[in-house]
Design a binder for this molecule. Structure first.
Ligand code: PGA
Length: 260
């Protein structure tokens, strides 16, 4: 399955998001029926249930739904946070964690991101873990160091969950996504060369091997993906999908990207 994760961020109000789904209802349904492709809509929290209601499904059947974040905590006194379990109960199948905008504006650490992963595995939601280096780190040749650091706690919790549960909620092989999103590429129109993304993907695969991670890892790329770049980006080995920001807000562009 090739994934197209539409990260709507906080770009649309509740009314706009519902209107966007209604206006493009047939188009979205068409995309959801394409073979070996999966569209995952990630609106902000208040819109999740309403978006699902527009498509009349429970998330699994008609339209896959993802949240943009969740709390790293179990139920408790955490004002303003959102419980992973509740996301599952309203029909979320996926949840983005560790997006650079959360790390930058929410001062989120990689250890917190790893705890969120545990919460998501506990309730059977597939995590989409975002990693990526800043422009400064990229320019100083530190990208791999940064990525390794961001991934270290992820490997630890994945190994612990596999050991504890014998591999996820239902006993089948634990599965999650890692979205490589260079911060300098997000929303800038700049996309790295394929050879650079390939090198990073190979690096992530080798880290997973060195850490003996017995899980199914789907590698996604995110950062200024648009309809002109998709064909070429799809040539990258091991690419399992895209995380789309700006291009997911224009249905015609989004549709083209998924169809290509
Ligand atoms: P962009 O955003 O496609 O607008 O660059 C991607 C993301 O932040 O996930």
């Amino acid at each position: 399955m090739f994934l197209y994760v539409a990260n709507w961020k906080m770009e649309m109000s509740f009314d706009k998001a519902v209107e966007f789904c209604k206006d493009n209802f047939d188009g979205f349904i068409g995309l959801s029926q394409l073979e070996s492709k999966k569209v995952i809509l990630c609106p902000e929290f208040t819109q999740l249930k309403a978006v699902l209601d527009v498509f009349g499904g429970n998330g699994n059947d008609i339209m896959a739904l993802g949240a943009q974040d969740c709390s790293e905590h179990k139920p408790g006194a955490y004002t303003g946070q959102v419980l992973a379990e509740s996301l599952g109960q309203i029909g979320c199948n996926y949840c983005i964690v560790g997006h650079s905008e959360r790390r930058i504006y929410g001062s989120e650490t990689s250890d917190q991101v790893a705890c969120k992963l545990v919460r998501l595995f506990e309730c059977g939601i597939t995590p989409i873990v975002c990693i990526g280096e800043s422009k400064e780190d990229y320019e100083n040749g530190l990208a791999k160091d940064v990525l390794q650091e961001q991934l270290e706690p992820i490997w630890e919790v994945v190994k612990a969950v596999i050991t504890r549960k014998g591999g996820g909620k239902s006993g089948k092989r634990l599965s999650f996504c890692i979205a490589y999103e260079p911060v300098w590429s997000i929303g800038t129109g700049i996309t790295p060369e394929n050879s650079y993304i390939q090198e990073i993907f190979n690096f992530i695969v080798s880290l997973a091997k060195n850490n003996t991670i017995n899980a199914q890892i789907n590698l996604l790329y995110g950062g200024s993906v648009d309809e002109r770049k998709v064909k070429s980006l799809k040539l990258i080995d091991n690419l399992g999908g895209f995380l789309l920001g700006g291009a997911s807000l224009d249905f015609k562009k989004f549709e083209k990207i998924v169809q290509l």
